[in-house]
Design a protein. Structure first.
Length: 285
């Protein structure tokens, strides 16, 4: 793989990491279109993910700074509670990483990878459709029913904070999203909305809950020397990293804007359905 291919794949990663369309799935599709074959697929993908994690830190730095400052207070506060919820949400993906890393790496080199990606993108679309339907149903209920008891019940379901149940559910979704093609942001955001959390709070939590797992994986790769001694080469890794970071900053702001404006996830579901179907068909052509 050359530097140009790495830059293109970095752009693909940056564009799709924060959109609920599966960055891992698009990376595999990008590799297939470019004719790129990489022995250390997981290392390359993790490097690009680390770049988008860095873009998350840049865009959400005020919130991250507030959480860090909250840790150094004596009393138990909302910031400490939020960090505990983030840690809880990271447990499933940590278990998947420790137990299934070699299996997932082998899967990325499978001759049926496009079919796997396509099937997981269709699953992503299903989750987004369900979240869209549930969210629309809640809004419709608010319009139809006007008594205060109904409104109060709905307000509890649409709390502006993430509770422990939400964190556990979103954590399980993130662990499952280790499958290539199953969108991490799509799965976690849809799951959070399905269990009743408010969309804006879910999006921010979703972007923050991936920080430690990806940075931890990247740090392990560096300590093991896998980056320096990789067959990919340092230059393509660095080029892909920079491209992914730059584009990721723009995509992160864009997705937060969509969520803030209550943009519909329906169109992302339609997109995943189309691309997932095409991916499966291409595997048999």
């Amino acid at each position: 793989m050359g530097i140009l291919e790495a830059i293109i794949l970095g752009i693909v990663q940056g564009l799709t990491e924060f959109l609920p369309v599966s960055s891992s799935g698009h990376l595999q599709l990008g590799k297939a279109i470019l004719g790129v074959e990489i022995q250390e697929n997981l290392l390359f993908d993790t490097t690009l993910h680390a770049a988008t994690v860095l873009s998350t830190i840049v865009i959400l730095w005020p919130e991250i700074k507030r959480l860090i400052m909250g840790v150094f207070t004596r009393s138990y506060n909302q910031e400490k509670a939020y960090i505990i919820k983030l840690i809880i949400s990271m447990i499933p993906i940590a278990l998947v990483g420790f137990c299934l890393k070699d299996y997932l790496d082998a899967m990325l080199s499978s001759p049926y990878i496009l079919s796997i990606v396509g099937a997981m993108m269709l699953l992503t679309a299903l989750l987004l459709y369900i979240a869209y339907y549930i969210n629309s149903h809640r809004k419709l209920t608010v319009v139809i029913h006007s008594n205060r008891d109904v409104l109060r019940t709905l307000e509890v379901k649409q709390d502006s904070t993430i509770n422990y149940r939400d964190a556990i559910a979103m954590g399980i979704a993130q662990g499952a999203a280790a499958m290539p093609g199953l969108s991490r942001s799509g799965s976690t955001i849809a799951t959070g909305m399905i269990v009743g959390a408010e969309k804006n709070a879910v999006a921010r939590f979703s972007f923050l809950m991936v920080l430690a797992p990806i940075l931890g994986e990247m740090l392990l790769n560096i300590l093991k020397g896998e980056v320096v001694f990789s067959s990919i080469g340092v230059a393509p890794l660095v080029a892909g990293f920079i491209a992914s970071f730059a584009v990721g900053c723009l995509a992160c702001k864009f997705m937060l804007g969509i969520v803030k404006r209550a943009g519909s996830l329906k169109w992302f579901a339609v997109y995943c359905t189309i691309v997932g179907t095409i991916s499966i068909i291409c595997n048999f052509i």
